[in-house]
Ligand binder design. Sequence first.
Ligand code: E4P
Length: 218
Amino acid sequence: MKFFIDTANINQIKEANDLGVLDGVTTNPSLMAKEGISGRNNVLDHYVNICNIVNGPVSAEVIATEFNAMIKEGEELAALHKNIVVKIPMIKDGIKAIKYFSSKNIKTNCTLVFSAGQAILAAKAGATMLSPFIGRIDDSSWNGIQLIEQIVHIYENYNFETEVLAASIRTPLHIVQCAEAGAHIATCPLDSILGLLKHPLTDIGLEKFIADYKKVEA
Ligand code: E4P
């Protein structure tokens, strides 16, 4: 399973990249706003800065919701850097735009996915990646991981090439469950990635190894 980081924060992207296990980045308009990035030129520059840090796909989301405007915006984003993946919302014009970009070999990430039916449509349109929002599903007392399992199963039935990119991850356990469910990619906050490191027996064991080493050495 590939690891993407789900942030527009440059320091967090650098920290995750320095771990050596980072495969890409996802952003969205809310994450850009959280970093105070505003104005079209600043937004475009920020995407290029991210692409210059991480050697992998970087999702940049269109703001437009009408087909022609989505194409214009998506083409502008795709021209920024070879690593840019155009992020398109799961709406009717979005499906048309995904089909268009697929015919032009421009990579897409279909976002705001909450059902298997939406996942089928996006794969039929040729989406490169599909982002089911598992945390937001759990927030509404449905089961996000079950949706990942269902979509992976459907895609396997028909050899769809669209990669399942589990998004809206809240915890390290979500990451493990996504791996069990067969997600191709998990996009995670830095805290959830670092949370995978934690186990008290590792800390206790390491403390004892160091203490025992020091006894003999002394
Ligand atoms: C990623 O592509 C999504 O935009 C993101 O994971 C949404 O996460 P949230 O539900 O925590 O906002």
